[in-house]
Design a protein around this ligand. Sequence first.
Ligand code: SF4
Length: 241
Amino acid sequence: MATWKRPDKRRVRAIRDRLREIYGLPVNRPHGHPIAELIKTVLSQHTNDRNRDRAFAALRERFPSWEEVRDAPLPELEEAIRPGGLAQQKAPRIQAILEQLGDPPDLDWMEAAPREESLEYLLALPGVGRKTAACVLIFTWDIPEIPVDVHVHRVGSRLGLFPEKASFDKAHDLMLEIVPPEDAYELHVNLIRHGRTICRPKPRCGECELRRMCPWYRENRAGRRAADAGSGTAGSIPAAS
Ligand code: SF4
């Protein structure tokens, strides 16, 4: 986008409402298991939800406690999480993280800790970035966070919620500034749903109900369609692709 203007509250609400009409109102069900969420997020890297869940289930079945995961022979741990892919990288990372969580490993203290303290602690763990830390806080205790994954980043930037070239961390900061805490989970989930179905890397703008409020569409599709119509080549750019 040529120039980015920080969206006001009304605009953020309008996007939230339109997404809600399409995808419904998702309800967070915080589960209260921070280490499980943390390890699951490590397992989710570079794979889909189904493989992540298979790897996590196999891990818990083979090593019922976090101490057992931490102390397991590395080849056995790799074998258990193989369905999630990149087992040789993820297994040592999981053990390195667990080694830093005390003995026995514990993160329950975070529920009552100040958010900043929790974030700082999580971000100091090996290989843990903003998205993983945000997942732990919001999915474990419903502490308002907006994990920015590739879908949230793509859809959010096209809708002008943050600049197109913003880093994932910057996008995360901006989303937290412009989205009211009570809408954080909803926007996170519905932006992902929109990114998976319509606003894919190759967007299906012709089917998109957010078209009229989308700066990316105005710049990249609507302008070209108008120009084509003016030069007598209307229809050469498909409405949906
Ligand atoms: S109009 Fe296109 S770019 Fe904009 S949100 Fe919809 S699918 Fe994405």
